[in-house]
Write a protein that binds this ligand. Structure first.
Ligand code: SF4
Length: 383
């Protein structure tokens, strides 16, 4: 089983914290969709025999393109790739693009899951991040969306400078009152060369407070778990049965085909990524020239990626899987190097599976990187 990711690289305006690949020059949407259709057709033969169980429109802001163009992409994918009948089709969308007409159009083209970029239900926080929508609109369209879609995920950002815990709790209460079944919660991070980095450097926005972020991470975890949500990945919570199949497949290291500029693909030992430049991507697809790079993953790379992704999930790192997939030497290495973290109560073992403790969760990316195997440490059997 595999996943299909379609990257729509356009946004109405740049959020201050964002370092994703997107452009605000919307005039190129039509040529971009044509180029993406060509890429699907061009790459379909390599994926012959693979069955796709998820289709995910990510971005950027996929909801800003006309429904007819989304239909063209879905139809092209379905005519060149093989899909399961129970297909999860997710659209990332922003509140400013949601109304009754768009919801009806998305529903009728087979989209059955929305991931809505709300981030906060309060105007000051939204304008600090340079989001297009306001809080009133976010609440209104979320309510409307629940009348068309059963499966809705809301994105939230915590650790926003100056935002109190009480304000964050109000956001969570709004989400729960609306009957939302999936939440993705991310700490605000300062990426290099973003407006947020410049504003903090100039003193226009307060720096990120790590203690506030850690406290709010715990608040979200407690509130959502009390409401019956499963914390199935570090940033993701779902009511049972409402987990994202697309994201779960990614964490389980299933293959995925990424279409569009900046999109990544992964299959067996190969990772491939497309050029992160809209004009270059469109030109290359038109001229038949190269538009991607690839790397071959070693066993050590696979091990490192498995440890990084699995430790973030509630499935954890399976010692049996380490032995089967990588060999005894990798499992022994992991056991040895993870022991100090178990003694520090940051990790724990449960029937042969290593998981993050509550204390370890917020620190898990740093912990996982300590468990990586470096080139010099690779056992001889690699590759
Ligand atoms: S809408 Fe999303 S992709 Fe676009 S700038 Fe904002 S955070 Fe980035």
């Amino acid at each position: 089983m595999a996943g299909l990711y379609l990257h729509i690289p356009f946004c109405r305006q740049a959020c201050h914290y964002c370092d994703f690949h997107f452009s605000t020059s919307l005039a190129k949407i039509g040529p971009m969709v044509q180029a993406m259709k060509s890429e699907i057709e061009q790459r379909a033969p390599e994926w012959e025999g693979e069955r796709f169980e998820t289709l995910y429109f990510g971005g950027g802001t996929p909801s800003l393109i006309a429904p007819e163009l989304l239909v063209e992409l879905i139809d092209t994918a379905k005519s060149f790739l093989q899909f399961e009948s129970e297909l999860e089709v997710t659209l990332e969308c922003n509140p400013e693009d949601i109304d009754e007409a768009s919801l009806k159009a998305w529903r009728s083209m087979g989209i059955n899951r929305l991931s809505i970029g709300v981030q906060a239900f309060e105007d000051h926080a939204l304008s600090l991040m340079n989001r297009v929508h306001n809080a009133t609109r976010a609440k209104h369209v979320l309510q409307l969306a629940t009348t068309f879609f059963e499966r809705i995920s809301v994105d939230l950002i915590y650790g926003i400078p100056g935002r109190s815990d009480a304000q964050l709790m109000n956001d969570l209460a709004t989400i729960l009152d609306l009957g939302i079944t999936h939440v993705s919660a991310y700490a605000l991070t300062v990426e290099p060369q973003t407006a947020l980095e410049r504003f903090i450097a100039k003193g226009i926005i307060d720096p990120i407070d790590e203690e506030q972020a850690a406290r709010q991470f715990n608040l979200i975890m407690d509130s959502l778990e009390d409401a019956g949500f499963v914390h199935y990945e570090l940033s993701n919570y779902a009511l049972p049965g409402h987990e994202s199949r697309n994201n779960s497949a990614y964490w389980m290291r299933k293959p995925y085909l990424g279409i569009g500029p900046g999109a990544h693909s992964f299959r067996e030992n190969e990772r491939r990524w497309n050029v992160s430049n809209n004009p270059s991507y469109i030109r290359a697809l038109k001229d038949g020239t190269s538009f991607f790079e690839t790397e071959t993953l070693s066993k050590r790379d696979h091990y490192n990626e498995y440890v990084m992704t699995a430790l973030r999930t509630h499935w954890g790192v399976s010692l049996d899987y380490l032995t089967t997939a990588f060999g005894r030497a990798f499992k022994d290495y992991f056991t040895m190097i993870s022991t100090p973290f178990i003694l520090d109560n940051l990790l724990f073992e449960d029937e042969g599976v290593i998981l993050a403790t509550r204390k370890g969760k917020f620190l898990i990316d740093g912990i996982a990187s300590e468990l990586f195997m470096l080139e010099l440490q690779s056992p001889k059997e690699e590759n």
